[in-house]
Ligand binder design. Structure first.
Ligand code: SAH
Ligand code: SF4
Length: 422
């Protein structure tokens, strides 16, 4: 049964829950996801004087985000007597792991659960020269792109900054990658080729380490702008997780009014889920196109702060048999990129089928031909290799426990979502 596209909610945060602190049954406050200033305020409210609150917040922030501590007892430069004061009032949480899977190609997938029992997923994809973590921004999604499995689920809620940054921290836990006192990464020898003198192994030597982050998991990150921004601020902070903004990519389906702010306030690389080059096709595949059309989208890309030939915008293009994969489509893609003078590269993604999906993947020959045409137009257009197929790990097609429900159940959820939003 075809699912009619729902009305697009526009520039409104679809779940305006004022969550920054995750409530806990035991009354303690989870510090994960909080900024230095927020931690300072909490310490002051709990009774420390202004100067002590600031100093302790700085120390605790460093231990939480830079060193990966999840226990106040590990914070050796904080007086022993102070630590029980902290642990009786605060905790340092992580999303709960419901299930962890490893694919034969090295891809790893985690099914995670929020404190209020919502499941979402995270995927780690190691390559020859990098290790990429695919992070979720929402449980479900308000948009229903027709080829996307997440689009068949209803939006449950936005993830908090703690649940977003918590994904990266959990991955570092699992990969044994927190810097240790004394210098080396836990579980890894210092890299002999890395002579920067920091005593910490090179992050890019062999692809074993988490080097890159893509906001390409479940959800539309620009519809959870504030929480995504606050989480990435900690990820990029030198005293936080210290990942360069050049190694972080945010993928949007095309929330045009927030793209400039994304460049200005977050400053990460931009990926745009294009998938179609005509109004008719993109309207069908990515229904937000009805609200923010191709012209507005590509103009916003041309204006994206920080985009240059050295920092290109990535256009994601899922290859759907007979839908968007013709020679004419490839030529039109080249024309559009040239017309808007976009510093762009194109990622061709073989469609990852899911039960009941209304499309099939283009043939390998078709994808090759499409890629060649775009290349001949002077634009890089690699074909992304599907990863972790044996564990259903395709980024952007993350499955929650809910998604494993029967087709009938998925139809019901889609109908409910439509009714709720229509
Ligand atoms: N909501 C954001 C980010 C999450 S989706 C966005 O749409 O950009 C991440 C990427 O995975 C998007 O480019 C999406 O189009 C792609 N994707 C979703 N489902 C897919 C599928 N079944 N096969 C291949 N790519 C898919
Ligand atoms: Fe949401 Fe992105 Fe999936 Fe579209 S492709 S439904 S925006 S997660």
């Amino acid at each position: 049964m075809p699912i009619d596209p729902m009305p697009i909610p526009g520039l409104i945060d679809p779940v305006p829950l004022p969550r920054t602190v995750t409530p806990r049954a035991d009354g303690r406050v989870d510090l994960i996801g909080l900024s230095r200033a927020a931690i300072t305020d909490l310490f002051a409210a709990a009774g420390l004087d202004a100067k002590a609150a600031k100093l302790r917040a700085k120390q605790v922030y460093h231990w939480i985000y830079h060193r990966g501590a999840s226990d106040f007892d590990a914070m050796t430069d904080i007086a022993k007597a102070m630590r029980p004061w902290l642990s009786s009032r605060f905790v340092i949480g992580r999303p709960a792991v419901v299930e962890a899977q490893a694919s034969s190609d090295g891809t790893r997938k985690w099914l995670l659960r929020t404190a209020d029992q919502h499941d979402f997923e995270m995927v780690f994809i190691p390559d020859a020269d990098r290790g990429t973590l695919c992070v979720s921004s929402q449980v479900g999604c308000t948009l229903n792109c027709r080829f996307c499995h997440t689009g068949t689920m209803r939006l449950v809620r936005n993830l908090t900054p703690g649940e977003i940054v918590g994904q990266v921290m959990l991955a570092r836990d699992a990969l044994g990658e927190w810097p240790r006192a004394g210098g080396t990464m836990a579980g890894l020898d210092d890299d002999p080729d890395d002579d920067d003198g920091d005593g910490i192994g090179s992050y890019s030597a062999d692809g074993r380490l988490l080097t890159n982050i893509v906001m390409m998991g479940m959800g539309e990150p620009l519809y959870n702008f504030d929480n995504v921004r606050d989480a990435l601020e900690i990820v990029m902070d030198g005293d936080g997780l210290a990942l360069s903004k050049r190694r972080i990519t945010l993928s949007t389906s095309g929330v045009v009014p927030l793209m400039a702010r994304c460049g200005q306030e977050i400053g990460v690389n931009l990926a745009v889920s294009l998938h179609g080059v005509t109004k008719a096709v993109r309207d069908e595949l990515v229904p937000i196109n009805r609200k923010f059309g191709l012209d507005a989208l590509l103009a916003a890309c041309a204006d994206y702060p920080g985009a240059s030939n050295a920092r290109r915008i990535t256009f994601e293009y899922v290859m759907l048999d007979g839908i968007n994969d013709s020679d004419a489509d490839a030529h039109e893609l080249v024309r559009l990129i040239r017309h808007y003078r976009l510093p762009a590269k194109v990622n061709l993604i073989p469609f990852n089928p899911w039960p009941g999906a209304p499309y099939t993947c283009s043939t390998p020959e078709r994808i090759r031909r499409f890629s060649d045409i775009v290349f001949e137009g002077g634009i890089s257009a690699p074909v992304r290799t599907p990863r972790g197929r044996d564990i259903d790990a395709a980024c952007g097609q993350l499955k929650t426990a809910a998604a494993r429900k029967s087709r009938a159940e998925m139809d019901r959820l889609a109908e409910e979502k439509q009714a709720a939003l229509g």
